[in-house]
Design a protein around this ligand. Structure first.
Ligand code: RTP
Ligand code: MG
Length: 157
């Protein structure tokens, strides 16, 4: 068996409002079953301003207004996932943005199973490590730095 080495990495995952009522628990089980540590967790209704800031990279896109409205229509669950290669792995578990494509190329993915369309697609995941760091700081602040976390996610203090 070949073992590839990946350093521990963090990503930000969000369960979007469309998936919170029916699929939240299934998604949380899947996250744990795939070996991610949930090192921070928060449920909240995003304000319009927060949703705009969160997706600021898309502010010129035609779907931006709809996206912001959708993201603050109800509670989201925001999670910091820690694992080797977490960014890429979580994106793979989510599947492609468009659920029709997801059903074709990755039928086991969360979006293939739970998304209803390109906008209402159930989950978010950071697209790279820099974005992950920025969005984690935006959502959770810098109160809990790496140095304060032990390997099992507990605090030293
Ligand atoms: P996300 O950022 O939420 O993880 O999704 P993503 O990388 O797969 O897709 P991205 O291109 O970053 O788009 C962000 C979110 O905007 C909504 N969207 N709607 N109607 C449309 O054509 C459209 N395109 C994108 C989706 O909610 C998408 O996840
Ligand atoms: Mg994205």
């Amino acid at each position: 068996e070949i073992n590839f080495f990946f350093p521990k990495q963090k990503t930000l995952a969000v369960i979007k409002p469309d998936a919170m009522e029916e699929h939240r628990d299934t998604i949380l089980e899947e996250i744990r079953g795939r070996g991610f540590s949930v090192t921070q967790l928060k449920e909240a209704v995003l304000s319009r301003e927060m949703a705009e800031e969160f997706y600021k990279e898309h502010k010129e896109k035609p779907f931006f207004k709809q996206l912001v409205e959708f993201m603050c229509r109800g509670p989201c669950m925001m999670l910091v996932l820690t694992k080797e290669n977490a960014v890429e792995e979580w994106r793979a578990i989510m599947g492609p943005t468009d659920p029709d494509q997801a059903k074709m190329t990755s039928p086991d993915s969360l979006r293939a199973r739970f998304a209803s369309d390109m906008l209402h697609n159930s989950v978010h995941g950071s697209s790279n490590e820099l974005h992950a760091e920025e969005k984690i700081r935006f959502i959770f602040g810098d109160i809990c730095s790496d140095a304060e976390l032990t390997a099992d996610g507990g605090t030293n203090t």
